[in-house]
Write a protein that binds this ligand. Structure first.
Ligand code: 13P
Ligand code: SF4
Length: 310
């Protein structure tokens, strides 16, 4: 089957089953052809809570589909390919988060949405890379536990020097593949350029950034500025979309290793099968979902996060 045949079938099935497709911007770019919404974690979470579709197909990774299910317990949430996990989310489980809290009692825990529902259920409030600073600030305390990403924790610490951030030692292996030297070399090669960095990158990389932000914040920055070359220091899917959308600007991926293989598992073929056979359904145990929802709802009530609507 060709891509255009797959796209036609997917569109027809979406209509027939009153389904929507949410796609994260690290997905294979051809998925945008069938997606109703493309965006960052926060924007997509918000949308999942508002849609009146019967089925949500989440073209993203497992924790994103779980978040959608928590926000829409009466809808069927499908993940097209079960291999779409997140290495960072897998670095902390229920036992580990309980140990982390026990080691630092009476300090609120902020939990990056890149985590399992069980871990979200244990925290006081969730955050994404788009709103982590606002979320920590909103607590009005001088000490905060932060999990699982220690680099996003460092970014918050840098922005809020008056708050002590105690980070769990998790990280994203994809963003860790970016070294300071990669940026230095690219800046030498492209003279009128700026480096745009995701806060999951290590501190030494963030230090070299002209702008640091979530995927959507990076898209917004590009929209508002006019440099000759943008050095993109996050997953390749962002560069693929930028090259497609802006013909007069130059985009370079900081190195060719910044690919999240978990995100790339979902294909158009998987999405078609997902809609056809309604697999793979993602469910969250009710009591866990209830507690995780509280933490997500608290985050959603704070501003930030955007989506582009197809
Ligand atoms: P955003 O929060 O920028 O969408 O990023 C999600 C993610 O998985 C980054 O690695
Ligand atoms: Fe997880 Fe990193 Fe992939 Fe994002 S890029 S889904 S944090 S492994």
């Amino acid at each position: 089957m060709t891509n255009s045949q797959l796209i036609e079938e997917i569109k027809a099935l979406k209509k027939e089953k009153n389904a929507i497709i949410l796609a994260h911007c690290y997905q294979n770019a051809e998925i945008d052809e069938v997606a109703d919404f493309v965006g960052d974690s926060l924007g997509l979470s918000k949308l999942a809570s508002k849609t009146d579709a019967d089925i949500i197909v989440f073209a993203g990774v497992y924790f994103m589909a779980e978040t959608a299910k928590i926000l829409s317990p009466n809808k069927k949430v499908l993940l097209p390919n079960l291999k779409s996990g997140c290495n960072m989310a897998d670095m902390i489980d229920l036992r580990m988060v309980k140990e982390f809290k026990a080691k630092h009692p009476d300090i609120p825990l902020v939990c990056y949405v890149n985590s399992t529902a069980e871990v979200k259920a244990e925290c006081d409030i969730c955050c994404t890379s788009a709103n982590a600073i606002e979320v920590v600030k909103s607590l009005g305390v001088n000490k905060v536990l932060f999990a699982p990403d220690c680099y996003l924790g460092s970014w918050v610490q840098y922005n809020l020097p008056d708050v002590e951030i105690i980070s769990y030692p998790g990280y994203c292996p994809t963003h860790l593949r970016i070294a300071p030297d990669d940026i230095i070399k690219m800046k030498e090669k492209y003279k009128n350029s700026v480096a745009l960095v995701h806060p999951e990158c290590r501190k030494e990389v963030v230090k070299l950034a002209d702008f640091t932000g979530s995927t959507t914040q990076i898209f917004d920055y590009i929209k508002k500025t006019d440099f000759e070359t943008y050095i993109i220091c996050t997953e390749k899917g962002v560069v693929d979309r930028l090259k497609r959308d802006y013909k007069t600007k130059n985009f370079v991926l900081v190195n060719d290793k910044v690919i999240c293989h978990n995100m790339k598992q979902n294909t158009l073929h998987d999405i078609l099968n997902s809609l056809k056979y309604e697999n793979y359904e993602v469910n969250v145990e009710e009591s866990v979902a209830k507690r995780a929802l509280k933490s997500i709802d608290k985050m959603i009530s704070i501003k930030g996060g955007k989506v582009s609507v197809n």
